[in-house]
Ligand binder design. Structure first.
Ligand code: SF4
Ligand code: SF4
Length: 325
């Protein structure tokens, strides 16, 4: 009998939800385990880096890597896994687009360290000690990974073959990707493994979305009583459905929350936030003499980066707060 193919799972800067997504396969995980050998999955089993290093190049049929890249250790591991794998899947929003950790690109490394290690209300650090990659203490040398100035998506560090979208990816998308891999039916390299259509096109509230409408205030979900039968945008609540690819099963909409954009943009859209702003500009029916009011409406949005780039800031045109490098 032919040996089962070997796969690897790894996580970088993420919350751990993508690892849960693998477990969310429930009893289907038994089908996966029957079909493949897991050769590296340190969050679940006692694997070490040398378990990857000792394998020949291209040994793993695929590596599924979740999380953004923020440290030198993560960069080293993803470069190693790239070398040892025939295919690399960016698994989940943080790996695909930078994700919520990518919102840290609004601050420099120094600003983050100052707040976390000196100024936060729960910190007691009278000597102002800040982590550094190399330090000496009590005759010992200590080395820790370097914390990079920017959060990067996986494809900003290594070549990526496929993207499994979502925060976290839903089980049916994960299973479909694994089946396509095992059956040799993967699409063209670079594909995002969900339909290339906007979420609005599959949304159960789509029929209540007017072609054009005028809203005077942008509201946040906690500020209003949401009508569960009516399109969020028509209620003045920003919903990223027009600029986000479908495939999630409209999970947030069905839980009476607007889409925040975790599946990322459609093919050939480079900047999801700009795509959403452009969608809003074409939907909102402001007469020319009220353009100023339209600008005021957008300017009144309390958290534009968190609203329009919640999952995609590192992959946007700006990539983060601009500063002299
Ligand atoms: S904007 Fe949001 S609520 Fe409205 S149709 Fe699109 S996905 Fe549905
Ligand atoms: S509705 Fe939007 S934010 Fe929610 S799971 Fe789907 S793509 Fe992600």
């Amino acid at each position: 009998m032919a040996e089962k193919p070997w796969v690897a799972f790894y996580w970088c800067a993420s919350c751990g939800g993508c690892e849960e997504a693998v477990v969310d396969l429930a009893e289907k995980i038994l089908d996966v385990v029957n079909a493949v050998n897991i050769g590296f999955w340190p969050v679940a089993l006692d694997f070490k880096k040398k378990d990857v290093e000792e394998k020949p190049d291209g040994f793993f049929v695929a590596s599924f890597i979740n999380g953004a890249v923020r440290t030198s250790e993560q960069e080293e591991m993803v470069r190693l896994l790239r070398r040892k794998s025939r295919l690399v899947f960016a698994f989940g929003s943080c790996s695909h687009l930078g994700g919520i950790p990518g919102l840290a690109n609004l601050y420099s490394k120094e600003e983050i360290f100052k707040y976390v290690y000196m100024d936060s209300p729960s910190t007691e650090n009278p000597e102002g000690t800040i982590p550094t990659p190399h330090s000496h203490d009590n005759g010992y040398e200590l080395e820790i990974p370097e914390f990079y100035d920017r959060v990067l998506s996986l494809d900003q560090v290594i070549d990526v073959d496929y993207y499994v979208p979502g925060c976290a990816p839903p089980p049916d998308i994960v299973m479909a990707g694994i089946q396509a891999l095992l059956e040799g039916k993967l699409p063209e390299k670079g594909a995002v493994l969900s339909p290339n259509k906007a979420l609005c096109s599959t949304c159960p509230l789509n029929e209540t979305k007017p072609e054009k409408f005028l809203i005077k205030d942008l509201k946040r979900p906690h500020e209003v009583e949401i009508d569960p039968e009516k399109c969020f945008l028509a209620q003045g609540i920003v919903c990223l459905g027009p600029a986000t690819r479908t495939g999630c099963g409209e999970r947030c909409i069905r839980a009476n929350m607007p889409c925040r954009g975790c599946f990322g943009p459609l093919d050939n859209v480079f900047d999801q936030g700009l795509s959403m702003l452009s969608a809003m500009a074409s939907i909102l029916d402001y007469p020319p003499e009220e353009q100023k009011e339209f600008e005021q409406l957008l300017n009144a949005c309390p958290d534009p980066a968190g609203t329009f780039y919640r999952f995609s800031l590192p992959k946007s045109i700006l990539k983060g707060k601009l500063r002299r490098e």
